[in-house]
Write a protein that binds this ligand. Sequence first.
Ligand SMILES: [Ca+2]
Ligand SMILES: [Ca+2]
Length: 207
Amino acid sequence: MELNQKLRSLSDKNKMSSKINRLLCYLGGVLFMVTYLVNCGFYSMAGSIPPHIRSISIPLLDNETAEFGISEEITDNLLEKFTDENILRVVDEENSDSILRGSIIQAEDIPYTYSKEEVVGEYRFTISIDVEWVDVANDKILLQKIFKGWGAYGIGGDISTDEIDNDGDGLTDDEDSDEIGDARSFATKIAVGKIAQDILNDILTTW
Ligand SMILES: [Ca+2]
Ligand SMILES: [Ca+2]
């Protein structure tokens, strides 16, 4: 009787451990698939860029506008995005296979909505950059385009209560944890972030 019980509990334990083994195998398989997909995603994107181009440099952008300090802000944002994405190595100009040059051609507060009394309710701080991506070895332009980005703000100045979706993400004021701080600098950050993302997307999909 006692022996039977022991045998039964032993076989239960075996069943349990084989279940655990199966689960581990399954999890291993899932992990392998995820790693595989992530790696393939990375290589297929990197593989779409000409193979001799492995690095990029982004010199300080020219500023053709009267907006002070904007070239530093945009250049820093571009450097950060490209470093994060890690598709091309970000290096200095002397050692790079490709150079991303840009000129800021517009930085303006454009009235976007008006009240019945013709008073501006919402501005869009709009930035345009003329960008050129150059293949250094072949002295060839790989991409040339004007990129535009904007961030919205009202005249009240407080973007957390202005009833405007300042970054265009579908969330307004207290629904959006981003909508705090100075209106104009927030709009700049949004415009610049969007431009940097668009440039990166274009570089990745052009090839
Ligand atoms: Ca928002
Ligand atoms: Ca807002």
